[in-house]
Design a protein around this ligand. Structure first.
Ligand code: BGC
Length: 758
């Protein structure tokens, strides 16, 4: 009986594999080329190098790149400083190698190329998919004008840990929103036709689970149940792949004890067999070699492991280049495995049209007309305005009058260096509009009394760690006392204080984890002293992550969260501060009260001993002695200069048959004095099911514009798959029973309707 069962399973698995292999169309040109290639040439295509000269994004820079290209040992380059250099490299590959196979040119264009948009966490706060897609289209148009045809983006790692600096690079904590953004970015970069020279290959990263590293410490381990992975972390990667992402980058962390770069379950069973991914997989920067430090063996062993797992291209590590031939001769890998990896790399080149024209992306006439145009900057300004989140508006002090007398203070008020944010290696800080310049542009009749007020932080040793890409933290020659006096003098001369405070760009991003995510002490002193003057104070808060701001939140101040806003920073901040744009951003990651609450996110489970409410303590319940369960600011939160009222929630059926959609409608009224946009959010609670359900899950949203006084009925459709989850057997199913739907302006939404799934 058991033997029979095993046989049936083997047959079934065999059939799936065969079907997957069959469903893939082979490209005759690529097959013909493969037949001509030597083993060395095939291995060469699996090698991705960075020659230096651009901004280094890792610790190691490749050597003797030119000689390696000539020898046919390179499949692609990234981080090349200019189109001229790319042309030189392409010339070598096309004219000086036996088969003339063109190179891929990669880059990290994470939030815009030269037109830098807000950091991704900021962009996600716009909840505006069309806008996000248009930023990706512009990024593609600008980058391809400079020769790049492969982008290491989107980064879709779900993260619920603001200690992790790279939370700035993604879309926050939620898989539903994260999936929508992943689709928008992939379709924005790739368009409908990759041979169009305005599009480039997307690379979804970091596969997988990088956002869940322990303690928020970069490059750390991940250990997670499959049920949690499938229900909460994997959806955005899958959404990017379903949208056609041409490549995938592995993550630095391990998954189930095996580093992602060498994890066969992840790269083959899940990605290719279950999800049907047909593109190529690249490692992260030396993540192949890092498997040695992870404890998986020497370079030859880890390279063989990675190839067999499904890795196609080795970024910077040269492990494939230096060991695969030996592994083949020792029977540790097969030639078919090498050929398969090579095929996938060549197919990507084919899809880009590089075999027809290796220079298609190198066109001297394009940069001047496509890069950093007025139109592109206008989108950057719009994107920045929409990324800002109004956290608090004390006495409705905002928006300010354009004729106001303003003390504009703080270490980020006149700091072009800190406007672009992390991961903007292709941007140029000199193009960024500082906040003070933006104020002058937008409100030329305002009186601006400027003073720096404080350093970002006073600690020289910490500043040195942050200033790796230039002077982001610029410690003044003046003493902290003098800086403070100047700010207080500016405040005395003014009607209102605007303090631009927060994190320098490199205080978040890669290798920028923090255990204390509060506003640095030097700036806290400034804020408290400004408040003590009795003048109204507006904090324009910059950061690449949620911060712990409980103390500042309790002060009588207004707070506008602006992330790192990009190239149009100052103009966009001024647009919002002076009311030319009414803020509409909503947080996409929960803001904790303190670091001890982490992880805290909106879809947390109920537990068997829930606290009476998230505000109250009760002994022998799941709560803390020294903090409430509720975060300081929930997911989805954000204010407007106007107010919105929700009413009349309705579901179009109370009993829903399996496979049927449910329409949820609600009335939303603009009850304040400004026209404005609101992100209407729908959360679902599966009341009873076979595995413990999350408290609430985001399952729909719509951004709507309402004139003051206007009411609209918004209908959001719950599709059958929105009721599904992965059960203990990892089957994606919906279980009959009661569901509760909540609609409102943040994840605390309480307006409720119910239905039953039959
Ligand atoms: C990062 C990746 C990036 C790569 C290449 C790595 O350090 O983790 O996100 O794409 O460098 O720059």
């Amino acid at each position: 009986m058991n033997v029979l069962k095993t046989l049936l399973i083997v047959l079934a698995v065999g059939t799936t594999t065969a079907l997957t292999a069959q469903s893939k169309q082979q490209i005759p040109e690529v097959e013909a080329l493969l037949k001509k290639m030597t083993l060395e040439e095939k291995i060469g295509q699996l090698n991705l190098l960075t020659p230096g000269g651009g901004v280094a994004t890792g610790a190691v820079v490749s050597e003797n790149v030119e000689a390696k290209i000539k020898a046919g040992n390179v499949g692609g380059l990234f981080g090349v400083a200019s189109p001229e250099k790319m042309k030189m490299a392409q010339d070598i590959a096309v004219k000086n190698t036996r088969l003339g196979i063109p190179l891929l040119f990669g880059s990290d264009i994470i939030h815009g190329y030269k037109t830098t948009f807000p950091i991704p966490l900021g962009l996600s706060s716009s909840w505006d998919m069309e806008l996000i897609k248009s930023t990706a289209q512009i990024a593609a148009k600008e980058a391809t004008a400079d020769g790049i045809n492969w982008n290491f983006s989107p980064m879709v790692d779900i993260s619920r840990d603001p200690r992790w600096g790279r939370i700035s690079e993604g879309a926050g904590e939620d898989p539903f929103l994260g999936s929508a953004i992943a689709r928008a970015m992939v379709t924005g970069y790739q368009g409908d036709d990759l041979t169009d020279v305005n599009t480039m290959l997307a690379c979804v990263k970091h596969f997988a689970l990088y956002g869940a590293i322990e303690g928020g410490r970069d490059y750390n381990s991940v250990d997670m149940s499959r049920v949690k992975m499938f229900n909460q972390y994997l959806a955005p990667y899958k959404a990017a792949i379903d949208a056609g992402a041409a490549s995938v980058m592995t993550s630095f962390n391990d998954v189930d004890g095996i580093p992602a770069t060498g994890n066969k379950w992840l790269l083959t069973d899940l990605l290719r067999e279950q999800w049907g991914f047909e593109g190529f997989v690249v490692s992260d920067y030396t993540s192949l070699n890092e498997m040695i430090a992870h404890g998986l063996g020497d370079l030859q062993a880890v390279s063989a492991l990675a190839l067999k797992a499904g890795l196609d291209m080795d970024m910077v590590g040269e492990g494939f280049l230096s060991t695969l031939k030996k592994s083949l001769s020792e029977g540790k890998v097969t030639e078919a495995e090498i050929t398969n990896a090579c095929r996938r790399v060549l197919e990507a080149k084919y899809k880009l049209g590089l075999f027809n024209n290796p220079y298609a992306y190198i066109d001297e006439t394009r940069p001047a007309k496509d890069i950093l145009t007025a139109e592109n900057r206008a989108v950057a300004r719009k994107a920045a305005q929409r990324s800002f989140v109004l956290l608090k508006n004390e006495n409705n002090i905002l928006p300010l009058k354009k004729s106001a007398k303003i003390a504009l203070v703080g270490p980020l008020a006149d700091s072009q260096n800190n406007m672009l944010g992390t991961w903007a290696p292709t941007g140029d800080v000199k193009n960024a509009i500082s906040i003070i310049d933006g104020f002058k542009n937008v409100a030329p009749n305002a009186t601006i009394n400027y003073a720096k007020g404080s350093n970002i932080l006073d600690d020289e040793a910490m500043a040195a760690k942050i200033n790796v890409f230039g002077p982001r933290v610029d410690i003044s020659k003046e003493s902290p006392e003098t800086l403070l006096e100047e700010a207080l003098a500016a405040a005395q001369k003014s009607d209102v204080v605007v303090a631009v405070v927060g994190e320098a760009t490199e205080m978040s991003g890669e290798a920028a984890s923090r255990t204390d995510i509060s506003i640095p002490q030097a700036q806290k002193k400034l804020i408290n002293a400004l408040v003590a003057t009795g003048k109204p104070v507006v904090l324009v808060l910059m950061s690449g992550r949620p911060l712990t701001i409980s103390e500042e939140f309790d002060l009588p101040v207004s707070i506008l969260q602006v992330w790192h806003p990009g190239v149009e920073a100052g103009n966009a901040v001024a647009d919002v501060v002076f009311g030319d744009y009414n803020p509409s951003g909503k947080l996409t990651a929960t803001w904790p009260r303190n670091v001890g609450q982490i992880p805290v996110y909106h879809s947390m489970k109920n537990t068997g001993r829930p606290a009476p409410t998230s505000e109250e303590f009760q002994k022998f319940r799941s709560n803390y002695l020294d903090a409430k369960n509720s975060p300081l600011l929930p997911f989805g939160y954000g204010l407007s200069y106007t107010s919105f009222k929700y009413s009349d929630i309705k579901v179009d059926k109370n009993v829903v048959a399996s496979g049927e959609a449910v329409n949820v409608s609600v009335k939303v009224q603009n009850t304040g004095n400004f026209d404005g946009e609101e992100v209407v959010q729908l959360y679902l609670r599966d009341v009873v099911r076979s595995i413990t359900p999350p408290g609430k899950q985001l399952k729909g949203f719509e951004k709507v514009f309402l004139k003051k006084g206007e009411t609209k009925t918004i209908t959001i459709t719950l599709k059958p798959e929105d009721l599904k989850f992965y059960n203990s057997n990892l089957e994606f199913i919906a279980e009959p029973g009661d569901f509760e739907v909540f609609v409102g302006g943040d994840s605390d939404a309480s307006l409720k309707a119910t239905f039953e799934l039959k």
